[in-house]
Design a protein around this ligand. Structure first.
Ligand SMILES: [Zn+2]
Length: 296
């Protein structure tokens, strides 16, 4: 009996020890497993955050690049200084051949984007005499004109002679209203300081109003310009050929040409004529400028 007991006890102890060892080994394995898993998680987290940082850095670099690009295009706001006054009074006189392409009555959804594509392709900076009433409807196009380096000038709000030429003061009122619309769209202090009278700055039924309006504009540091060449795309020219011929004829042998064209919604022929007009002016030795070269 005693013997049996003695025999049984070591057997039991051996089993217990073996069991305990297995449990300890399992526990160690579990701990090692947990530690390894935790370390891996941390590594992943570090990798992830590194990757995130890289993405953030890339985004920041990209933004910086884009800002840099934008800074190249965005110019100082125009100003009408004494130098500008001198240059404006000689706008039609120059030693070198200069062509100012000017587009009135826009922007329009059907013509302006095509025109901007073409001007970009030709690397020409033009001048747009925009209407406030059109700018209100096409803010994105005003922004595009500005971003792409074109000069945004002012053609009043309504283009209705009975409204804009009601009094000399109403000319300034339409200028100011349009300027404020442009400022809001661009979200800058932009003021082109440059006006073009609908129908021209002199003559016609409203000549006496225009005479007084010019004085008021001048007192408010606003220049005005007409044109000395035109495509006649607003009145008369019904074909591409006629538009091209009218432009060639009126450019003639002048050195400095301010060419009147339009980018209202129905002026698709103007856009279609432009490649040939540009090629002709280049052939004749003209360099293209816009009013950023004057209003500094
Ligand atoms: Zn007009």
């Amino acid at each position: 009996m005693m013997y049996d007991l003695i025999e049984v006890e070591p057997k039991l102890n051996k089993k217990k020890v073996a069991g305990a060892i297995i449990i300890v080994l399992l526990a160690i394995a579990l701990i090692v497993f947990i530690i390894l898993k935790h370390t891996k998680k941390n590594e992943d987290a570090i990798t992830n955050s590194t990757a995130e940082n890289e993405i953030i850095n890339e985004v920041e670099e990209k933004t910086a690049e884009e800002t840099q690009e934008a800074e190249v295009i965005v110019r100082d706001n125009p100003n009408y200084t004494e130098v500008g006054r001198e240059l404006m009074s000689n706008i039609y006189h120059s030693e070198e051949k200069i062509a100012y392409l000017t587009f009135d009555d826009g922007p329009s959804k059907s013509v302006t984007p095509l025109l901007l594509d073409l001007l970009k392709q030709e690397n020409i900076k033009a001048t747009f005499f925009v209407l406030g009433s059109r700018a209100e409807l096409n803010g994105d196009l005003i922004k595009r004109e500005y971003d792409e380096g074109h000069y945004i000038a002012n053609h009043g709000y309504s283009h209705i002679y009975g409204n804009i030429y009601q009094t000399p003061e109403s000319v300034l009122e339409e200028y100011t209203r349009t300027r404020d619309i442009i400022k809001n769209i661009l979200n800058t202090d932009y003021d082109g300081h440059l006006f073009r009278f609908p129908g021209g700055s002199s003559g016609g039924k409203y000549n006496s109003i225009k005479v007084e309006a010019k004085k008021i504009l001048d007192e408010n540091n606003i220049a005005y310009v007409d044109w000395n060449a035109l495509s006649n795309d607003a009145a008369g020219a019904k074909t591409k050929e006629a538009i091209i011929q009218n432009t060639k004829d009126t450019v003639g042998t002048k050195n400095s040409v301010v060419i009147l064209m339009h980018d209202a919604g129905d002026k698709i022929l103007t856009y279609e004529s432009l490649p040939e007009i540009i090629a002709y002016l280049r052939e004749q030795g003209y360099n293209f400028k816009n009013f950023y070269d004057i209003m500094k």
